[in-house]
Design a protein around this ligand. Structure first.
Ligand code: ASP
Ligand code: MG
Length: 422
C-alpha cells in the first residue's frame, strides 16, 4: 500500500479538488490519502481562536469567512444541492459554534486544537464525498481514532506504542474492502488519552503521512506539491532553480532543518527507520518524476542548494563585567531561549560574547532581549538575512553574498552559512 499527502494548496478550490480526484484515480488501489485543511483555512481558524480569546467582537465574522469559503467550494463541486454533504459540513461548523459559546476560560492551546482541527475534518469530508459522488469509492476515516498523542496541545507528542497498534488494526481491514481500497483521512491532528483533539504543530500533515506509512509498512509516501519536487532554491528568491532528482534522507533533513519548506523535517525519521522512499511530486504535472528521497547519498552533492531565511535578528550577548561567557552562562542563556519557545537558527561564540541568530517575532523578540538585558550586555541587529548553502563552492558564495554586508560567516565541509545585511 501507498500513502499520499495533499496539502492545503492542492485543495484550495473546487478545481484543485477535482485535480486531486484525477491523481487518485490513476493509483486507486491500496491507498491511504492524507489531506490538509483547504487553502488558508488553518490561518482563518487561527483568527477565530484569537478573536474568541481576545473578545474583540469579530469571532462570528471571522468564522463566517471560513464558512463561506467552504460553501463556495461545495457549491462548485456538487450539482445536487440536496446532497447530504451540505448538511454534514453545516453540522461540523456547529461544533465550532459550541466551542465559542462558552466563556473563554479554558487554556489557549486546548481551545486552539479544538477549533483549528475542524479545518482538516471539513476538508476530508468534502474530498471524500466528492470522490464517492464521482465514482471513486473510498472510506472516510477519523484519524483521531488511530493517531494517539499526549496532551501537549498544539505540539502533541505521538504515543508510538498505541499508534503502532491502532493504525494497522483499523486500516488494514478497510484496505481489504473490495473496490473501495482508498482511505481519505486527516493530517495534522490526533487524539489525547482523554479523547480530546490535539494537533501536531503547523505544517504537521507531512508528519502524519510519515506516521501512517511507518505503522503500515507502506511501499512509499508521495507528497503532492505545487512545485516540481525539491528544488535547490526557493523560486521566490531565485530564477534558475534546479530540481533535485534524488537526495538522501540525511540531506532532506538537513535542507528542511535549514529552512527548505517543501517538506516538514519530522516526516523523515519514520520513513528512514523503515527505509520507505518519499516522493515529492507536482500535482500540476502528476506524471513527471519529481524528487525521490531515499537512502542513496551518491547524488547529494551534485548541485549546491540555497536556503534563505528572511527577517532575522542577530543578538550578541556578553557579560556586563567583560568576563568570559562560560558554560554556566550558556546554560542560563539557553534556558531563557527555551522558556520563550524561541529556536536558534545559528550561533557563534568568542571569548567574551555569544551571538545568536533567530527569527524576528513581533511579541517574543523584545521580551527575550529585555529578559537577557537583566544579566548581560546585549547588542542586536534586525532585518537581516540568513543564507545557508549546502555543497557550496566559491562561485555560489560570491553569487549569494554579492553587495551584502556579512555579519557572521560559518563554514563546514558541506555547508556555508552567512548572516547578512542589505
Ligand atoms: N493545515 C495545517 C497547517 O496549515 C497542517 C498542514 O497543512 O500540514 O499548518
Ligand atoms: Mg498547509
Amino acid at each position: 500500500m501507498k500513502v499520499f499527502k495533499f496539502g492545503g494548496a492542492s485543495v484550495k478550490d473546487a478545481n484543485a479538488v477535482k485535480n486531486v480526484g484525477e491523481i487518485i484515480k490513476l493509483h486507486k488501489d491500496n491507498l491511504v490519502v492524507v489531506v490538509s485543511a483547504m487553502g488558508k483555512t488553518t490561518n482563518g481558524l487561527e483568527k477565530v481562536v484569537e478573536s474568541y480569546l481576545n473578545k474583540d467582537g469579530k469571532v462570528q465574522e471571522n468564522l463566517q469567512v471560513v464558512r463561506e469559503f467552504h460553501s463556495s467550494i461545495l457549491n462548485d463541486l456538487f450539482e445536487n444541492k440536496n446532497h447530504p454533504i451540505f448538511n454534514e459540513i453545516h453540522n461540523t461548523f456547529v461544533e465550532i459554534e459550541w466551542e465559542i459559546e462558552d466563556d473563554a476560560t479554558r487554556k489557549y492551546n486546548y481551545i486552539y486544537d479544538q477549533i483549528v482541527s475542524v479545518g482538516e475534518i471539513i476538508s476530508t469530508k468534502i474530498v471524500s464525498a466528492y470522490l464517492n459522488e464521482t465514482g471513486l469509492k473510498n472510506t472516510w476515516l477519523d484519524v483521531r481514532n488511530i493517531i494517539q498523542t499526549d496532551n501537549t496541545h498544539r505540539n502533541a507528542k505521538i504515543d508510538w506504542k498505541l499508534t503502532e497498534l491502532l493504525v494497522p488494526k483499523v486500516i488494514s481491514p478497510l484496505l481489504k474492502k473490495e473496490n473501495q481500497s482508498v482511505i481519505i483521512t486527516q493530517g495534522f491532528i490526533g487524539s489525547s488519552s482523554e479523547l480530546f483533539t490535539t494537533t501536531l504543530g503547523r505544517e504537521g500533515s507531512d508528519f502524519s503521512a510519515g506516521i501512517l506509512a511507518y505503522c503500515l509498512d507502506a511501499e512509499s509516501v508521495t507528497i503532492w506539491k505545487d512545485v516540481p519536487g525539491m528544488l535547490n532554491a526557493d523560486p521566490k528568491w531565485f530564477d534558475n532553480t534546479i530540481k533535485l532528482d534524488n537526495i538522501s534522507y540525511h540531506e532532506a533533513v538537513e535542507l528542511a532543518y535549514y529552512g527548505a519548506s517543501v517538506i516538514h523535517p519530522k516526516i523523515i525519521k519514520p520513513l528512514h527507520n523503515k527505509n520507505i522512499p518519499l516522493y515529492v511530486k507536482s500535482f500540476v504535472s502528476p506524471q513527471a518524476n519529481g524528487t525521490v528521497i531515499n537512502e542513496n547519498t551518491k547524488d547529494d552533492s551534485l548541485v549546491p542548494s540555497f536556503i534563505f531565511k528572511m527577517n532575522q535578528v542577530l543578538i550578541s550577548i556578553s557579560a556586563k563585567d567583560y568576563s568570559f561567557i562560560m558554560e554556566d552562562n550558556l546554560s542560563h542563556i539557553f534556558g531563557v531561549f527555551s522558556n520563550y519557545g524561541i529556536s536558534i537558527n545559528l550561533m557563534q561564540n568568542s571569548a567574551i560574547s555569544f551571538s545568536v541568530c533567530i527569527d524576528f517575532d513581533k511579541q517574543k523578540t523584545h521580551q527575550l532581549i529585555d529578559e537577557l538585558k537583566k544579566d548581560y550586555k546585549i547588542l542586536y541587529n534586525d532585518n537581516l538575512e540568513l543564507v545557508t548553502i549546502r555543497h557550496y563552492d566559491q562561485q555560489t558564495i560570491e553569487r549569494v553574498t554579492k553587495e551584502k554586508e556579512i555579519l557572521v560567516e560559518q563554514k563546514s565541509r558541506q555547508t556555508a552559512r552567512f548572516v547578512m545585511k542589505g
